[in-house]
Design a protein around this ligand. Structure first.
Ligand SMILES: *Cc1c(COP(=O)(O)O)cnc(C)c1O
Length: 462
């Protein structure tokens, strides 16, 4: 299997090369040159596999055996998913007639753990095999940073530097990052906003001599390995519902921000998984909802909401879908993305919009509806939804049989739950005592040069 760029200017890559490159060097996103097809026989066989074994089957279709031997892949998958607190990894539960796919049993209690545990192990394997080092640098407003830190803590050949805005993340989120005391984990609190952190990271990536001599790498949601790991739980959930009967078609409701999670569902569909419909749920930051309804993808202001991990008005993985919608033509994708930069908008034809809407049904959910959904679901079933999951459940109001992806544990978003039901959610064992744990974090002014010097002086020499 070879990987190509949505913009067509990258020589075909192996799986390992695609994982290490992250963002394509031509500014596009990497995709497999063809999508492997899964037969009804395979689907039937996969329907009863435990999660980690299913992951090996799905992922092996996307990497050559010489590049990633199946035995190695099996070890990587077993390691990645054994740190989940539930034996099913991503259990499918029935709550008052609703199907909920719980994706929050990983170390940081959000679905990003599924992909980042896998990515951490893949990085470590490739670095050990090919030699070299990787220094991951990223800015976070909370969730991604902690999942990334837990994905690479203690791993050989990797250091990670995560910037967060000083005293502007929740106390739990702060401790989930700074209480990780492994030698290769470096937290930096920036005296400034999340945007200041992002700007500093961008400046340092644009400092090419620094980027190259220090092997800087990114962890954002554009890495292909993340998409692939997320596709696994669509197969897993389908198997549990269908018992392997290919005539059984299912609908998934997916709380969406950067279009990574739902693109993994689209990939599964293109591989042959019997998916009836993908319900794309956004909060009031609704650029994607507007696109699937009107065919016009136009930026707007970002509003802060109670589902902050979806406060996005330019979805980084959307370009991957656009590639398929625009007939896998890199020229059209390049022109569309250039248009987006210049005019702030992409418009597709009515025919293309209809084609997209046959698969995706998009719903934007307001703040009020989100809080109401948490409240009514709790009153009816005694089950707490986190605000992101609540957006998805609300969007699926007319689809009672849909499988709703639960993307975070409610205890991570205690303030929103408090607003909805008048009480804070109980802390799960993983978070108990969190605030009393010892922590380590540098506090720096919002200045790229200072951060650069800090990175240089922190890394072991040689
Ligand atoms: C990141 C995140 C999302 C959005 O996922 P995308 O892949 O960016 O669409 C939804 N819910 C939670 C809790 C998240 O952390």
């Amino acid at each position: 299997m070879r990987y190509i760029s949505t913009r067509g200017q990258v020589e075909p890559l192996t799986f390992s090369q695609a994982v290490m490159m992250g963002l394509a060097t031509d500014g596009g996103l990497l995709l497999p040159e063809s999508i492997p097809q899964v037969s009804e026989d395979q689907l039937r066989r996969w329907a009863t596999l435990p999660f980690a074994e299913l992951a090996v089957e799905v992922i092996a279709l996307f990497a050559d055996h010489e590049d990633l031997p199946t035995d190695t892949l099996r070890t990587i998958c077993q390691r990645s998913f054994s740190c989940f607190a539930h034996p099913d990894v991503t259990p499918l539960v029935a709550v008052g007639g609703r199907r909920i796919l719980e994706l929050f049993h990983g170390p940081t209690l959000a679905f990003k753990d599924v992909a980042l545990q896998f990515l951490g192990n893949v990085f470590e394997y490739i670095l050990a095999r090919d030699g070299g080092r990787l220094n991951i640098l990223g800015a976070t407003s909370g969730d991604t940073g902690s999942a990334a830190i837990h994905g690479v803590r203690g791993r050989q050949g990797i250091h990670i530097f995560i910037l967060h805005p000083y005293q502007r993340v929740s106390p739990i989120q702060e401790r989930q990052m700074t209480s990780v005391l492994d030698d290769n984990v470096h937290n930096i609190a920036i005296r400034g906003s999340f945007d200041d952190g992002q700007r500093i990271v961008k400046d340092l990536f644009n400092d090419l001599p620094f980027r190259q001599s220090y092997q800087l790498g990114a962890i954002n949601s554009i890495n292909w390995a993340r998409i692939l790991a997320q596709a696994v739980y669509y197969f897993f959930a389908w198997g549990r519902v269908s018992a392997g009967d290919a005539a059984c078609r299912v609908t998934f409701a997916v709380p969406t921000g950067n279009f990574g999670d739902i693109f993994a569902g689209y990939l599964a569909l293109r591989m042959g998984l019997p998916i009836e419909r993908l319900l794309l749920a956004t909060n009031r930051n609704d650029i994607l909802t507007r696109f699937f309804r009107t065919g016009s993808y136009g930026s707007a202001e970002v509003w802060p909401t109670v589902s902050p991990s979806m406060d996005i008005q330019r979805a980084s993985n959307f370009e991957r879908y656009l590639y398929y919608l625009l007939d896998e033509d890199p020229k059209q994708v390049t022109a569309a993305m250039r248009g987006l930069d210049q005019s702030g908008c992409i418009a597709v034809s009515a025919e293309k919009q209809r084609q997209a809407a046959e698969i995706f049904t998009a719903v934007a959910v307001s703040e009020e509806e989100t809080l109401q959904q948490i409240g009514s679901f709790y009153r009816d079933n005694g089950y707490l939804l986190d605000p992101h999951t609540a957006v998805g459940v609300r969007a699926a109001a007319d689809y009672p049989e849909a499988i709703c992806l639960a993307t975070a544990h409610p205890a991570k978003f205690g303030a929103a739950v408090q607003q909805a039901i008048g009480a804070e959610p109980p802390l799960p064992p993983a978070l108990q005592g969190m605030l009393d744990r010892p922590s380590r974090c540098a506090v720096l002014a919002a200045d790229a040069e200072l951060v650069k010097q800090h990175i240089i002086s922190t890394l072991p020499s040689g």
